[in-house]
Design a protein around this ligand. Structure first.
Ligand code: ZN
Length: 84
């Protein structure tokens, strides 16, 4: 691997520890439900889902599950760096 790529990998590790650098602007996720596939998306600070429950309640198992995954990812990213 060339030295340019090695330095980029190092920098990406540093960035990954600095959660404040990241803001999710848009995201699209397909979730395998028990019976069907559901499409969730995040745009302009809000979640959407194509399931019937979401239409009446504004939140559903799909959006909440994705939010949960992202919260876990954020915690991992905010964790102190592992000594190598
Ligand atoms: Zn849903």
């Amino acid at each position: 691997m060339d030295s340019g790529m090695i330095s980029k990998i190092q920098k990406s590790k540093q960035y990954a520890q600095e959660r404040e650098r990241f803001q999710i602007d848009a995201l699209s996720v397909t979730i395998k439900g028990t019976n069907n596939l559901h499409k969730t998306s995040f745009k302009d600070g809000e979640w959407q889902c194509d399931c019937d429950f979401f239409k009446t309640r504004g939140r559903c198992v799909h959006t909440m599950a994705v939010e949960r995954i992202l919260q876990n990812a954020e915690l991992e990213m905010a964790a102190p760096p592992i000594d190598e």
